[in-house]
Design a protein around this ligand. Structure first.
Ligand SMILES: *[C@@H]1O[C@H](CO)[C@@H](O)[C@H](O)[C@H]1NC(C)=O
Ligand SMILES: *[C@@H]1O[C@H](CO)[C@@H](O)[C@H](O)[C@H]1NC(C)=O
Ligand SMILES: *[C@@H]1O[C@H](CO)[C@@H](O)[C@H](O)[C@H]1NC(C)=O
Ligand SMILES: *[C@@H]1O[C@H](CO)[C@@H](O)[C@H](O)[C@H]1NC(C)=O
Ligand SMILES: *[C@@H]1O[C@H](CO)[C@@H](O)[C@H](O)[C@H]1NC(C)=O
Length: 457
């Protein structure tokens, strides 16, 4: 408990005091500590000889200890020169005045902790809370809704105590904080690499303060262009290993957005338990096959080294176990090689909906104001889509009453032992267990090969 309080306290000061001295307020008063370097070259803070009891001398000898009195000014916790009396010691520094503690804490670097996009979203949601009434809105009936990266954002927001009370419902389409692509575990390395793209003299040993200064002084279009220069492709595919600029897990500090692994947050219960509508498209990645030649090349690269299918979240380090896990992953999709029947896979996927294609049912894209030119079945689906989502935003129930538009549907709820979902096709149909076999197989691959603790899944 003491350590945790101290950790929280000094972070406030650390960015202001960049010298080796560190000041901290504890209930008894202020103390001064210092930064040190361990034998393994790790920096840490040392607060030594902090009094916790009155010196047990005079009338206090052989009596119960008493807590120390508060002090005025700064207590100097950078000296450590008292040794308690002990039979085996002959040190001249031995003294009865010996009720002190030494506290050593890691230096938590919170100079650029990250998650600025999500923190921007929280500020935006606070604006909505405070201002939406002037636009006729109800600040107590806010629903957050996102697609793809937006859906990952929505579920990340639900995981952050910082967003508590800012919304009462959530919709996440085709994305989540548990997908491997929406989390980057090598963020520090990527930030330093970006800095070296901006300035080739930038040292990998530079401090976080130097990194921040460089990034703040770089022209934004340069950051934008250079952020696209990271090598992408089989082996370091962002879809498998995480996009380069995504949410991160921050060290514990006052304004942290997220400090715990997402998988653990879900296991322990997300802090913002609001009703959630979550969905996927029927064949999220079939869009890749639009460029069939490249798709074939990519698939044969995976066939040649199935270990590349294994994301870092599985915590497998040797190539052999990665290969075994990779083979099991490929088997979810095909009994042979990926390249054996790409044509068949694509044909089987016709009529399927790929990643974010459903947005056309909600938003007018390319200013298509002439709805009459569209297929009437698409118009109907669009009307259903809009009604289900807006009714959820208004009432927290996508189907507040039977309606012929939504075929008298009663929206099903997921329970741990009954995974119902709505299949949105020409007709609306309640089904169970989306991607049933593939999902079961994926869980099995994880249980067989992956090493905990998981971040994503
Ligand atoms: C210890 O770390 C500092 C800063 O990170 C670095 O400059 C120094 O070279 C390191 N020393 C050793 C012995 O690795
Ligand atoms: C960074 O630090 C390492 C370890 O201390 C050292 O070997 C290396 O030369 C340093 N690199 C630069 C560019 O200063
Ligand atoms: C919108 O316009 C772009 C550019 O003309 C085109 O590539 C895209 O297919 C269009 N999208 C739709 C849904 O019509
Ligand atoms: C969209 O289409 C309407 C009707 O054709 C036209 O008046 C409007 O200017 C268009 N808007 C844009 C942004 O192109
Ligand atoms: C919905 O229910 C109403 C009243 O029971 C019925 O008249 C109507 O035909 C039903 N509509 C559909 C699409 O099932």
């Amino acid at each position: 408990m003491l350590t945790i309080k101290i950790l929280c306290g000094f972070i406030l000061t650390v960015s202001e005091v960049l010298s080796v001295e560190i000041f901290l307020n504890i209930p008894n008063g202020q103390i001064k500590g210092r930064q040190e370097v361990s034998a393994r070259n790790q920096t840490f803070y040392a607060f030594q000889q902090i009094p916790y009891g009155k010196p047990p001398i005079g009338k206090l000898r052989f009596r119960d200890p008493e807590p120390v009195d508060d002090w005025e000014g700064v207590f100097d916790a950078t000296v450590n020169d008292k040794v308690c009396y002990q039979i085996t010691s002959t040190s001249p520094l031995q003294t009865e005045d010996c009720l002190y503690v030494n506290v050593y804490t890691p230096v938590v670097n919170t100079v650029i902790p990250g998650n600025y996009g999500l923190k921007d979203q929280i500020l935006g949601l606070k604006w909505v809370k405070n201002n939406i009434k002037y636009f006729g809105g109800d600040p107590d009936k806010v629903t957050i809704f996102g697609l793809s990266a937006g859906a990952a954002s929505v579920t990340y927001l639900m995981m952050s105590k910082q967003s508590e009370g800012l919304y009462r419902g959530a919709i996440a389409e085709s994305g989540s904080a548990l997908t491997p692509w929406s989390y980057q575990r090598n963020h520090k390395e990527i930030a330093y690499k970006l800095a070296s793209f901006i300035d080739s003299n930038f040292s990998p040993n530079a401090t976080s303060e130097e990194l921040l200064e460089l990034l703040q002084n770089a022209p934004v279009n340069e950051i934008n262009t250079l952020a696209g220069e990271f090598p992408e492709g089989v082996g370091h595919e962002e879809l498998v290993q995480g996009y380069f600029f995504t949410p991160v897990i921050e060290p514990e500090h006052e304004n942290a957005f997220l400090t715990e692994r997402m998988y653990a947050v879900v296991e322990n219960g997300v802090p913002n338990k609001v009703p959630l509508v979550i969905g996927i498209c029927s064949e999220e990645q079939i869009g890749k096959a639009a460029d069939l030649e490249n798709f074939k090349i990519e698939m044969s690269q995976y066939d040649n080294d199935v270990a590349l299918l294994v994301n870092d979240n599985m915590h497998l380090t040797d190539h052999e176990s990665k290969t075994r896990a990779g083979e099991a992953i490929r088997k979810i999709y095909t009994d042979g090689l990926f390249v054996d029947d790409i044509g068949g896979a694509v044909r089987a996927s016709t009529g399927r909906v790929y990643h974010t294609e459903d947005k056309y049912y909600l938003w007018s894209i390319n200013n298509s104001s002439d709805l009459n030119s569209e297929d009437p079945k698409d118009i109907l689906t669009s009307e259903r889509y809009i009604t289900l989502f807006t009714d959820f935003a208004k009432t927290l129930n996508p189907t507040p009453q039977p309606s012929s538009l939504t075929q008298n549907l009663t929206w099903p709820k997921v329970t741990p032992d009954n995974f119902q979902f709505l299949n949105i096709d020409t007709d609306l149909e309640i089904q169970t267990n989306p991607k049933g076999k593939a999902y079961k197989d994926w869980v099995e691959v994880y249980e067989t090969f992956a090493v905990k603790p998981y971040d994503t899944f």
